[in-house]
Design a protein around this ligand. Structure first.
Ligand code: PHE
Length: 371
């Protein structure tokens, strides 16, 4: 039964209390039942319409009907009810609107049985992870870390590393030059660095010997992408310069590093090579980790080392005395070694990845395996 305003005959305080309580409880119930804007309009009109709204009826049925002496008290009562009805009508509209804007329409409830939103955990990229591991091995030997710019000048990338202008050794490290630099002297022209070796020069320019640094970073070359090549890759460079550093120190350091990275049973071998900035130079090979250096696996020639039992891994050598001339080191007093290793190549071997491109494609099915 919907509420109707009773015609009062008894105007005692108790009767007024009773009538007011009934009215307020009807107001509360009806307000709670409002579930849409249309409901609310009907609700507002029923209580506040000037013509025949409940508020108006109170004036007619209670105030005007009350006998002279009691009018004051009835008037007060009606005013009090008015100050409750108006805010309730406003609050009801506010409730409907906020429910609509939060998407919770009539009858909608939060379903706590729905599965939650799972935020996938990120993982360190395998290249960064490998780079950190390599750097960690050398930090444990007392090396510190230096970084240099990826956009480098011809001077740092080539000239100060003893690649004279037009020397054919530059062809093995072809790269992109920044356009529109023809007015600059050749040594100031900017290029994408082809190796991390320029950081050797930058480090020696700003520090006196002794120096022991590793330099991780990104490098670029004009190489067509395939399973083992990428025009962008990463290297970790190393440089140690002090008095009385010998090739023996170089061998011992890199042998230790390879054992730390690939396991203590791995052997190393130093194979003559050439780099303009080291003399003598060597390529370091490790015994094949797939066939244990035997060259044969499961009765067939090992494919990973082309049956040789050895895998070539990095370049190194004793710093060429000419290089010291570019950085104001006294070549008669100091000696040192340098090395540079490809991070992708090491990651490929450590994790058994068969295509270098996987590192750059951003496919999380690949990347999440390293988490
Ligand atoms: N910078 C050489 C390269 O990228 C590697 C290297 C570094 C060789 C240091 C010798 C000494 O091929």
């Amino acid at each position: 039964m919907p509420y109707t305003v009773p015609k009062l005959t008894d105007f005692s305080t108790a009767a007024l209390d009773n009538a007011a309580r009934e009215l307020l409880s009807a107001l509360k119930q009806e307000s709670e039942a409002v579930a849409s804007e249309n409901d609310w309009k009907a609700f507002r009109d029923r209580w506040m319409a000037r013509k025949n709204g409940i508020l108006t009826q109170l004036n007619d049925l209670w105030l005007k009907a009350s006998p002279g002496p009691g009018k004051r008290e009835v008037g007060q009562r009606v005013n009090e009810l008015k100050t409750k009805i108006e805010p309730t009508v406003d609050a009801t509209l506010a409730r409907i609107q906020s429910a609509a804007s939060s998407g919770k329409l009539a009858g909608e409830r939060l379903d706590i049985t729905l599965p939650g939103i799972r935020r996938p955990l990120g993982a360190e990229h395998p290249i960064i992870k490998t780079m950190n591991e390599i750097v960690g091995v050398f930090r444990n030997l007392g090396y510190s870390v230096e970084e240099g710019p990826e956009i480098e000048t011809d001077y740092y990338n080539f000239e100060a590393l003893n690649f004279p202008p037009n020397h054919p050794a530059r062809d093995t490290q072809d790269t992109l030059f920044i356009a529109g630099q023809d007015s600059k002297p050749p040594r100031d022209r900017l290029l994408l660095r082809t190796h991390t070796s320029p950081v050797q020069i930058r480090t020696m320019q700003k520090t006196k010997p002794p120096v022991r640094v590793v330099c991780p970073g990104k490098v670029h070359r004009n190489d067509a992408p395939d399973a083992t090549h990428s025009p962008i890759f990463h290297q970790v460079e190393g440089l140690a310069v002090d008095t009385n550093i010998t090739f023996c120190d170089l061998k011992g350091t890199l042998d230790h590093a390879m054992k730390a990275l690939f396991g203590s049973s791995v052997k190393t071998r130093f194979y003559p090579s050439f780099f303009p900035f080291t003399e003598p130079s060597a390529d370091v090979q490790i015994s094949c980790i797939f066939c244990d250096g035997k060259g044969v696996r499961d009765g067939a020639p090992c494919r990973n080392c082309k049956a040789s039992g050895w895998i070539e891994l990095l370049g190194c050598g004793m710093v060429d005395p000419n290089v010291y001339g570019f950085v104001d080191y006294d070549a008669t007093r100091v000696s040192g070694f340098a090395f540079g290793m490809g991070v992708e190549r090491i990651a490929i071997l450590k994790y058994g990845v068969d295509d270098i491109q996987l590192f750059f494609q951003g496919d999380i099915r690949f990347l999440e395996q390293f988490g």
